[in-house]
Design a protein around this ligand. Structure first.
Ligand SMILES: [Zn+2]
Length: 188
């Protein structure tokens, strides 16, 4: 029995099945180190193959897997949820899921380049923005529903990314706002 089998308790780390188990290396990693592999059953591995059609019902198992303590399992689950995001339950689960920043970075790294590349959030200069970054406003912004103007040069600390690469969330004067990335510059 390998260290991976031990960690997985001899069951698929995604769906819990016990047949046809084998390691699945989580891209961009290719080796067989335990940290970067998940133990997956034949069904799961079949669907993890590039371009494979996903069976939404099978992946209800992600409601458990996304809460795994193992980063590699979190990454695979998050990527699958991302592919299933047209389904309400998957979207909801993604919103609830909490991934440490470095795990989230790993998860995003594996997204297919074509099509999904547009989902990278960048500032007005094309610098990539990540959750937790600080940004400054490059123009005065009217805040909808208030008379308050967020001034050019205002520092917004610890932004959050949204599903829309054109917008991030941040707190200005204690108010949580959705900000257009075209009007932001990464600070520091
Ligand atoms: Zn499985």
């Amino acid at each position: 029995m390998t260290a991976l089998h031990t960690r997985a308790e001899n069951a698929c780390e995604l769906c819990g099945a016990t047949d046809d188990l084998a390691p699945f290396a989580v891209a961009p990693h290719t080796g067989d180190d335990v940290e970067h592999n998940v133990l997956a059953c034949g069904t799961c591995r079949g669907q993890l193959a590039e371009g494979a059609e996903l069976d939404g019902k099978h992946w209800f198992c992600l409601q458990g897997a996304i809460w795994s303590a193992v980063p590699a399992v979190q990454v695979v689950s998050w990527r699958l949820l991302h592919r299933l995001r047209d389904e309400g339950w998957a979207q909801e689960l993604m919103a609830q899921a909490y991934l440490e920043e470095d795990v989230l970075a790993w998860a995003r790294e594996g997204l297919p380049v074509a099509g999904e590349a547009a989902a990278v959030t960048v500032d007005s200069n094309g610098a990539v923005l990540a959750a937790g970054d600080d940004v400054t406003l490059i123009k005065d912004l009217d805040v909808k529903g208030t008379t308050f103007v967020a001034k050019r040069g205002t520092l917004v600390k610890g932004i959050r990314l949204t599903d829309d690469p054109g917008h991030v969330e941040g707190r200005v004067n204690g108010v949580q706002l959705v900000l257009k990335t075209a009007f932001l510059k990464r600070a520091g």
